[in-house]
Write a protein that binds this ligand. Sequence first.
Ligand SMILES: Cc1cc2nc3c(=O)[nH]c(=O)nc-3n(C[C@H](O)[C@H](O)[C@H](O)COP(=O)(O)OP(=O)(O)OC[C@H]3O[C@@H](n4cnc5c(N)ncnc54)[C@H](O)[C@@H]3O)c2cc1C
Length: 294
Amino acid sequence: MYPRKFEHVSVRTVEEALDALETYDDAELLAGGQSLVPLQKTRFASPDYLIDITDIEELRYVEEDENEVRIGALAKHTDIQQANPIQDHVRLFSECIGEIADWPVRNQGTFGGTLAEADPSGDYLPVMKVLNPTIELTGPEGNREVPFEEFYFGMFTVDMDDEEILTGARLPKLQSLVPDAVAVGSAYEKHAERSGDYALVGVAIVVGVDTDGLVTEARVSVGAVGPLVRVTDAESVVKGTTLDEDALNAAATAVEKTVQPDEEGSEGEYKEAMAGEFAKRALSSAYDRATEEL
Ligand SMILES: Cc1cc2nc3c(=O)[nH]c(=O)nc-3n(C[C@H](O)[C@H](O)[C@H](O)COP(=O)(O)OP(=O)(O)OC[C@H]3O[C@@H](n4cnc5c(N)ncnc54)[C@H](O)[C@@H]3O)c2cc1C
């Protein structure tokens, strides 16, 4: 099916984009088009105007400062995955992006479009939940910053007005999340029906360890199984352990008890069990990576 007729408005700066949003009613921003265009083709979205922001070069960057990695809204998935600051300091994000669809989608889809879309089965969400980055927005009233925890309301719903643009975000470097640890490891594990599909389960983990290999702090989040959750009970049970079999099983049980799948009956039970299993796998990988650094 073809999209309903619309007018294409091209902009080259954030200012021009804000002006266009104010000028045109019933307008949508076009970034990578990976979610919006299919929605137009199926007529779930039929804006009168598409404000094409793909040429705003000032929003395409991945940079670092002392404690944070800064990502512009128009950085493509592949820009982020390959960027040294991400590989060196936020490894699980690079791993998560490697799980998104395929090369064509990763070459087109953007950081800002993905955060704005907030698809509950998307791979970004569990990673953002453990990192809690600062989201940067701009609008007619000026600039605003919101922690991810407050930005993300729930499936497909975020704290952003129609006339605002998401310009970027600042992600904490992993070491700054676990300041007492001597080494840090992270992992993202995804369970999908087929390779490249949206997640049935997505688990993001950050683990800090001391010189004896004891876990000083852990962050565990699960997406795509009902509401996006941080599993604090799993984080507590692994603290002070060397992540032996008992600790892993206790964490998996905590995950299974916390997630609330939308599906009922055996399908829901399956997703709970997979959430526990993939949490174990991700915890083991993150822990191994942390202790390799000792
Ligand atoms: C076949 C296919 C498979 C996919 N599989 C996965 C997957 O496995 N995992 C996964 O996580 N994702 C997956 N995706 C989604 C992909 O990651 C997209 O990149 C993402 O959902 C949207 O990004 P985009 O840049 O294409 O946004 P667009 O489609 O251009 O825009 C999406 C929405 O965000 C708004 N928007 C865009 N940029 C901004 C901005 N800067 N400020 C405010 N609003 C903005 C748009 O107006 C629109 O409403 C898949 C997509 C496709 C087509």
